[in-house]
Ligand binder design. Structure first.
Ligand code: FES
Length: 495
């Protein structure tokens, strides 16, 4: 039997999201062994898999890039030395496999002769022929079918990308092009520990348990003799030449991330509506903000005007930070942002704060309900969920007073168009903010009935609700009343 495949690699080989494989495993359609899948089993469930189907893999990668607004063509081939080392490694494995194949072929041939001898001696020629035929068939299937499809494709993918497995978390991701291990982890939504990102502080150091790395960047951090002996590496400075197993800590809760202060530059200021600004900041290469999607940060403009705002981007965007600002005439922060701030200005950012973060251990389908500007943290969570590829499906409801208040409808439609497992439903709520408590509840019930009708068994989903205090909390109460488990409903109060 060919070696078992980790779930991430299996998903790549057949060109589907990891969440889709997890769903098939949960539904009993695909059998797995300790989180791994046998190639034969994968071919049984995806019989149409051919090497030529790499177009499907490219399509998925492009969809993700489009969804995150990244430039697809920025992706480069791996460093030529890395490429050469990967080809050499695969060549070595190929030679080893050939030797094994010859060995088994010899055994089969000898077995055939032996069975024939036995049949002649014992008068059981028919039975021996049957066994021989059966053996030939089995070996034909085992040694031809798998290499012809999955194994060939696997070799192709391994030249282009190496897989990294982190212990003890068992998180997996791929290193592509000239990316460092750290960059690849962040892009895949894996919150590895790091500090300077430039090889000085040593906070990204981790023990490489197996596989080969190559340093792409110079680094000043000096390893101790004990660290050298235990094969420690700086993940911000090296790439993966072969598949790696690395012992490294990942942030699993907001408390794992230290409070930081950075200076960033204004990269873009878009105004999808007159009273809304999408502010894009870019952090310096060596002082990025570490945060978890859905958290907030304090933004200070002009040296003294500050406001705490949800971060609308995902750590997978690396140095980019996005905030959504409302025009509030008379508010000094808002007036400065809309009237005086310009591209290239320096902005101070402090954070992160808050615990409205994704449960990235869960593989349940996710429902997001954003009230008005509560879309900002939800956008970060959606991008994080997309980079993880763990959730089986995502459904976004964006509720606002009027259709005009849904200020980035094209972004939501683009996700829906590009991703098979993403649904978007706008909800026009009217002047719900101005109602009294009792009236509001009566108003919300029919509006949110849509969520219940779309997802009759609320216990099967994770819910993330973001918005101003009474609306987000009222939404939570209704969902709990309708049967959503308390531990699966998370609320972020953003005014
Ligand atoms: S993050 Fe500072 S050395 Fe890697």
């Amino acid at each position: 039997m060919a070696p078992l495949l980790p779930l991430s690699r299996a998903a790549r080989l057949v060109g589907v999201a990891r969440g889709s494989l997890q769903k098939k495993i949960r539904d009993g359609e695909l059998h797995s062994f300790d989180g791994m899948v046998a190639p034969e089993e994968l071919l049984r469930v995806f019989p149409g898999t051919h090497l030529e189907n790499t177009a499907e893999l490219d399509r998925v990668a492009q969809i993700k890039d489009r969804a995150f607004g990244k430039r697809v063509f920025e992706r480069a081939l791996p460093d030529k030395e890395v490429l050469a080392a990967r080809i050499k490694e695969i060549g070595r494995e190929l030679a080893q496999s050939r030797a094994q194949l010859d060995f088994y072929r010899g055994i089969v041939e000898r077995l055939g002769g032996r069975l024939k001898d036995m049949a002649e001696k014992n008068g059981g020629a028919i039975m021996a022929e049957e066994i021989k035929e059966w053996l030939g068939q089995e070996l034909g299937e085992g040694m031809d079918a798998v290499p012809a499809t999955l194994a060939v494709r696997d070799s192709y993918l391994r030249v282009m990308a190496a897989q990294v497995k982190l212990l003890p978390s068992n998180r997996e991701f791929f290193v592509e092009g000239n990316d460092t291990v750290l960059e690849s982890a962040l892009r895949a939504g894996v919150p590895l520990s790091y500090g300077c990102s430039s090889g000085n502080c040593g906070k990204c150091r981790a023990k490489v348990l197996s596989g080969k790395i190559k340093y792409l960047r110079p680094h000043d951090y000096a390893f101790t003799e004990a660290e050298k002996a235990r094969n420690y590496a700086l993940l911000c400075a090296c790439t993966a030449v072969t598949d790696l197993v690395v012992e490294a800590g990942v942030a699993t809760r907001p408390a794992d991330i230290p409070f930081q202060q950075i200076s960033a530059k204004v990269k873009a200021m878009d105004t999808p509506r007159d009273d809304v600004m999408v502010l894009q900041l870019i952090a310096p290469r060596s002082y990025r903000l570490r945060f978890m999607s859905g958290q907030s940060a304090r933004v200070t403009l002009g040296g003294s005007l500050g406001a705490e705002l949800p971060i609308a981007s995902c750590p997978c965007e690396e140095r980019l930070l996005q905030f959504h600002l409302r025009r509030l005439p008379g508010n000094l922060f808002s007036d400065y942002a809309f009237n005086r701030l310009k591209v290239g200005d320096t902005v101070e950012v402090e954070g992160p704060k808050g615990d409205f973060v994704l449960d990235d251990e869960s593989t349940r389908p996710i429902v997001f309900i954003a009230w008005g500007a509560g879309f900002a943290p939800v956008k970060g969570l959606i991008e994080h969920a997309l980079s993880l590829e763990a959730a089986e499906s995502l459904h976004l409801y964006w509720a606002a007073q009027s259709e005009d208040d849904i200020y980035l409808p094209n972004q939501c439609r683009a996700w829906e168009d590009a991703l098979d497992n993403f649904r978007y439903t706008p909800l026009v709520a009217g002047a719900v903010h101005s109602l009294s408590e009792g009236q509001r509840e009566r108003w919300l019930r029919p509006l949110l009935q849509r969520v219940k009708d779309d997802h009759p068994d609320l216990g099967e989903y994770d819910f993330y609700i973001a918005g101003p205090d009474p609306l987000a909390d009222d939404t939570r109460h209704l969902l709990l009343e309708w049967g959503a488990p308390e531990g699966q409903v998370r609320v972020g109060n953003f005014g």
